[in-house]
Design a protein around this ligand. Sequence first.
Ligand SMILES: [Zn+2]
Length: 267
Amino acid sequence: MIILVSLIIGIVITSIIVIETSPKETPKQKEQEPILESTGSTQENEPQPDDFYRNAEFVNKHCTSLKDFIINDDFNEYDLRKLADLNKIDLQINEGWYPITIELIRDLDKLGWNKEVSCIKEKYARLEFYTKAKFESDIYNLIEDYGEKSESICETCGEPGTIITNHGAWMYVACEKHYTINRGTIIVEQDGFKFNGNFHAWDEFKNASLEESQYYKGQLILTLEYKVPKQVSPGRTDNSLMVFSHSIGFDNLIDHAQNRFKNLLPN
Ligand SMILES: [Zn+2]
């Protein structure tokens, strides 16, 4: 979630309403989507908003400032993305949580929220939405309520889900189906590998690194950096593909990756 360390560091601590419990931000955009992460997209690599907004219909299509931003019953996922853009943040949640986030935004609007948000992300299996609202204010409490609700909604598909833990370390919300899919399966082929059915050619990648996840204890992450950032969905461009060691076929993938990337030492 996709990782975005530099963006996360940029978050002004005083602007968050949820008290951080960890001493350091976890590198994520999508740690709750453990087999497939991104190291995030930078402003430079992001396609111009017009590219993926062009054919979309949404309330704030032509809106250029938060002041003019409209929140109403027709507000949709593109509006959500636009809200993030206007706040100069990345939307760091998966699609299964879009509806609950939109619902939250509509309810916030009723409370007179100023439409400013400094972070929208999943953290420890919970929707986090940072505003400048004071502790225990109506806005603060509403966001807390939605955070709690999100803990039982699969972040991938929006169906009922549960918090997935593994040896106390994994934390993300998934339905049963997506828990299985999220583990991931890798099949190495001649010039690349299939990851959950999607083929990735070795030639797509310029670099590889292997390190332990700071977020999921005991998990290694193979990070394969794209030569050209890849647009994986409207509004999301990944600089890299991340594969967790709990994926089926991971060891074989590492063997082959070591042939390609000599810096990737066996550990
Ligand atoms: Zn699901």
